[in-house]
Design a protein around this ligand. Structure first.
Ligand code: URA
Ligand code: URA
Length: 237
C-alpha cells in the first residue's frame, strides 16, 4: 500500500527544509506485492546500485537498430532517493550526445516545469522508457520497449519513489500497460505497485502546442496536492 501520513507535510507546517520532503520513502513497504519482495536498499547505497545498473545498461545489445546508431546509453539522472520520478519516452540527439536525459529543448522546458513546482531538477529522478536513442527519434517499437522494461523496473525498485509523473502517452501507456488515449490518462491518479502515477503531456508536445501548458499545469497541481507540497499560485513558463 502507498504510504500516507509521514514525510508529506508541507515545509511551512513541518518546519523542515523543503528538501527533506522531496526525499523518497519506500512506496510499498510492508505490502505483499511480489514487486517489492526485495527489502529497500539503504538510501546511501542507491546511487551505487544505479551506477552498477547503468554499467549493465551500457553493455546491452538487445535492440539492433539503436545499438548500431547510439553514441552512448542514457540511463537516468537525479536524486537516487527522490520521492518523485519523471518518466519520458527515449533519448533524443542531445541526450545521446551527452548521456543524460532531458537536456535538449524539451529538457529545458521540463526544468522550468520542475522549478514552477517549487522543486529543483536535482531533487527528482529523471529517466526514460528507452535507454538508447531510436534512430531518427522515431517512436520506440513494442519490442524495444519490452527489451528495456527490466531496466526501468530495476531503477524503480532501487529508488522506490512514491510518485511517477509520466511525460506523454508512450511513457504512460508503457508504465500503466494500457492503450488509453491521453485524454483519459490525464487528470487522475493511477497506481503502479503502490506508486502514485500522474500523466501529463510530453514537453516536446508542449513546445509544439504551447496552449496545452495550461493543462500540464493542472496536472502538476494535482501531483503537488498528492505529494502534500505547497501549490504555487502562478504557472511558470
Ligand atoms: N524526450 C524524451 O522523452 N526523453 C528525453 O530524455 C529527451 C527528450
Ligand atoms: N499525444 C502524445 O502522444 N503525447 C503527448 O504528450 C500529447 C499527445
Amino acid at each position: 500500500m502507498a504510504s500516507t501520513g509521514p514525510k508529506q507535510s508541507p515545509a511551512s507546517s513541518s518546519g523542515q527544509p523543503q528538501q527533506l520532503s522531496l526525499l523518497g520513502s519506500p512506496a510499498a513497504a510492508g505490502s505483499d506485492d511480489p514487486f517489492w519482495q526485495e527489502p529497500p536498499l539503504p538510501p546511501e547505497q542507491r546511487q551505487q546500485a544505479l551506477d552498477e545498473l547503468a554499467a549493465e545498461i551500457a553493455r546491452c545489445t538487445r535492440c539492433p537498430e539503436p545499438v548500431a546508431t547510439r553514441t552512448q546509453t542514457v540511463p537516468g539522472v537525479g536524486n537516487p532517493n527522490a520521492r518523485l520520478c519523471f518518466l519520458g519516452e527515449a533519448p533524443g540527439a542531445d541526450e545521446d550526445r551527452l548521456g543524460e536525459p532531458f537536456v535538449g529543448r524539451a529538457g529545458q522546458l521540463l526544468n522550468r516545469i520542475i522549478q514552477a513546482c517549487g522543486m529543483r531538477r536535482e531533487d527528482v529522478y529523471i529517466f526514460n522508457v528507452l535507454k538508447c536513442r531510436p534512430p531518427g527519434n522515431r517512436t520506440p517499437t513494442e519490442v524495444e520497449a519490452a527489451n528495456c522494461w527490466p531496466f526501468l523496473l530495476r531503477q524503480i525498485q532501487i529508488i522506490r519513489p512514491e510518485f511517477i509523473c509520466c511525460l506523454g502517452a508512450v511513457a504512460a501507456r508503457r508504465l500503466l500497460n494500457t492503450k488509453a488515449p491521453m485524454g483519459r490518462l490525464r487528470g487522475q491518479v493511477h497506481d503502479f505497485h503502490g506508486i502514485k502515477v500522474v500523466v501529463t503531456y510530453h514537453p516536446a508536445y508542449l513546445l509544439r502546442n504551447p496552449s496545452a501548458k495550461r493543462q500540464t499545469w493542472e496536472d502538476m497541481k494535482l501531483l503537488l496536492r498528492e505529494m502534500g507540497l505547497p501549490v504555487p499560485q502562478q504557472e511558470g513558463n
